[in-house]
Design a protein around this ligand. Structure first.
Ligand code: WAQ
Ligand code: MG
Length: 264
């Protein structure tokens, strides 16, 4: 029996008006916490949106709500860092990994053709691995994965063991990728940041784990990408509902890290 009550806290910030009014997306954030962490969390999200390399927001919304669904705890994907010399090398490795994860070359190329038109989106797009078509209905908003978190003490153990700096960017990205891939409809994810000062991205899947790639674009470039490749023959609406609504905690244990490429 789960006794504690949890709260979903979400922030979004934009510039030149709200997102609805066509403003530029600056920053977003989603947390899952207990009530005693509310002040701290709201402040952390405020700080995240206020001091952002994409610009100074003139619109921000922070909201919280009690979560009624039971929280599920999952392990983080195992992580591997792939060092590359250039964005070209990074992008070609990303295509290779997507194919290894089960997305056909044809569908990968079809998705890549659309990436430029999806760059303003503040969430992710969902692409069907059979047709190569976008299958979410969220238009310029995108699907925003929410209600997941990774308690700090456990994340710090993970970071120490994996020789990673314990920064919140990696924590948030790995938590999101672990949630996204932990569903029967999930096939693979492709991501790089829209922040001009961060060029590391990743391909993630249940099978391959969280495969960081150290250069996916040039510094200064503000075009990000987040695509969830999904099996469209599964119930896509229930997948999207899972992404937005299912509360998830990440919990790492010592023996979770042998899983990269474990099916190879
Ligand atoms: N749900 C769906 N899409 C999201 C979410 C979310 N919760 N958060 C961000 N996105 C989308 C949105 O379109 C952003 O513009 C884009 O992803 C990039 O988001 O291990 O920092 O937060 O070193 O800028 C990956 C590597 C970093 C981290 C990714 O993405 C590491 C990153 P950002
Ligand atoms: Mg960003």
């Amino acid at each position: 029996m789960q006794e504690e009550t949890f709260y979903s806290v979400r922030m979004r910030a934009s510039m030149n008006g709200s997102h609805e009014d066509g403003g530029k997306h600056i920053s977003g954030g989603e947390r899952l916490i207990t009530f005693d962490n509310m002040k701290h969390t709201v402040n952390a999200l405020l700080e995240k949106g206020l001091s952002h390399s994409r610009g100074k927001p003139d619109f921000m919304q922070i909201q919280f709500e009690e979560v009624h669904e039971p929280v599920k705890t999952i392990h983080p994907l195992a992580m591997k860092t792939n060092k590359v010399e250039s964005p070209e090398e990074g992008q070609s490795l990303a295509r290779f990994l997507l194919e290894k994860a089960g997305v056909s070359r044809k569908v990968i190329e079809k998705a890549y053709k659309h990436i430029p038109e999806w760059r303003g989106i503040r969430g992710a797009v969902v692409v069907d691995i059979h047709s190569g078509k976008r299958i979410d209905q969220t238009l310029e908003k995108g699907v925003r994965v929410s209600r997941m978190d990774w308690p700090d003490a456990n994340f710090e153990n993970w970071a120490l063991r994996n020789n990673m700096p314990s920064n919140s960017r990696t924590k948030e990205a790995l938590a999101l990728a672990s949630k996204v891939s932990d569903h029967p409809a999930a096939v693979a994810e492709l991501c790089w940041s829209d922040d001009p000062d961060y060029i590391t991205g990743y391909v993630a899947s249940h099978k391959l784990g969280y495969q960081r790639i150290t250069a996916m674009k040039e510094y200064g470039n503000e075009d990000g990408c987040r695509i969830f490749f999904a099996d469209g023959s599964e119930d896509v609406n229930s997948y999207i509902n899972y992404l937005v609504k299912q509360p998830i905690f990440i919990d790492w244990g010592e023996d979770d890290d042998s899983r990269v490429d474990r099916k190879k």
